[in-house]
Write a protein that binds this ligand. Sequence first.
Ligand code: KG4
Ligand code: ZN
Length: 411
Amino acid sequence: MISLQGIVPKLAAQAHASRIDGAIAEVFRKASFSGFEDVDGLAFTRGPGLSACLDIGLKKVREISLAYNLQTVGINHMEGHALALRLEDPSLEFPFLCLLVSGGHSQIVLVSGVGQYQLLGETLDIAVGDAFDKVARLLRVSDLNGGPALEARASLGRPGTLQIATPMKKYKNCDLSFSGLQTAIDVELAARLASNPGTFISDQEVNDLARSFQDAVITHIIHRLSIATKWCTAQGIETKTIVVSGGVACNASLFQAIARDFSGFGYRVLRPSSALCRDNAVMIGWAAQENVNIGQNIYTPEELQTVRYIPRWPLDGSGTDYFPGTHSAHSKSAILAHREETLAKALESLEETFSAQTAIKVCRTYLSMEKYQEAYDLAQKAMPLFPDDPYLKALGEKVNSRYKSWRNKYT
Ligand code: KG4
Ligand code: ZN
């Protein structure tokens, strides 16, 4: 895997292009495969990510699938993180709550099945891994992917030397925010440097600030997770499992704190092994297998030639706000923008292929935006075309009833 943190997209794309054939050769060597003749199918990351890098992967699978007549599965990177643990722990059943924490994302997702994801909350600013990396740079602990180094320094730090307020305490939803925590360290460091010009702070001070930052991150995440567990209970969703995944899940203090706090409420708190927490190709292969098992997202070599990569691809395309009325003005506009964007993307894929799946996506988005007329019109068009699709049928019924009560109210 090529780390993209801090590297400009063009260089990242060049690195992908120059290494992809070597990576494939290495996989064959390790697996003792003689070539693609030994392969049953292909999996690739369709998004989200840098366009230039996604493009390289897609072009490669297009070429191979045609040459060897192989079917291909297109995977959402975050789905890879969410399902990774099921490879190592087949006893992990749906539904479970998933904390996805990496350098690019911070999300709390309810995973009810393969392809069934509800995004309960996500960061409104930077990802938690990004915040770790930035603080590691500020404290001169590490220049790149500084999370592990900062954790090591935090383990030597004393608790409570800098009190950092927990973000968004008054907003009772699952959104997250980390830029304020980073700023708190930035401001404190600047003050200490100003009072002692010409020298950097001591090692002990670095450790203490690292500890204060990490503790604040942990408190914030646990607070948001506790809102998620209460929401699940209120919805009657039976889950007693929390999975922590993504690179930041490697942070032992974070994981242990979540395990300690939630085990008291009867939760199992689990994470994949560190190699599977961090970005890796195995999780994409595994998520592909999970999709194949239910016949989803599979393309023939011919279909693949017109499939596009998706740089911004929310795991939950419904755009649903699961905590209406609990957001700050800032996050409200962020959610609106997110929904508009989701709708535009969903309409784009509907235009590309009018399938039950794309129609469902657009219908759900319309519902979440209270566009009942549009949802109804589309459901009326799609249902006769795909009469055997149980998901479309269920959604069609929901659309009908919402549409009727809306009509009754306004006409
Ligand atoms: O999932 P990942 O490998 O790549 C992305 O999709 O971003 O996550 C990488 C991120 C980096 O920001 C890295 O600093 C952070 O995960 N990370 C950690 C730890 N190990 C990795 N952050 C805090 N503590 C750790 N032990
Ligand atoms: Zn990742």
